[in-house]
Design a protein around this ligand. Sequence first.
Ligand SMILES: [Zn+2]
Length: 107
Amino acid sequence: MKAPKKTKRFCPYCRKKTEQKIDLVSTGAKRGSMKRGGRSRLEKRGKWRGLGSLGRYSKPAVKSWKRKTKSTTKKVLIYKCSICKKSKQQKQGRRISKLQLEDKKKE
Ligand SMILES: [Zn+2]
């Protein structure tokens, strides 16, 4: 999918349409509360069991243990207003394999 680098979009902070820069939200390292310590430390903290994500002790994502998985991912775009410099994320992501940010061509 191709997307322009800049677009005109409604800014909820300025309450009007402004020029906004498009960027891709990076899927870098995730911050969690269970980075340090072993299992015993987790048990003392009352973690390890129960519902929800158990951080690195949870079953890993399907991608890491199944051979054939989805080839596309949901990419989230971030819009940064050029006037107030505040940014806002895209409401609904779409499954795409590759995203290309490109300059608008002058005709
Ligand atoms: Zn703004």
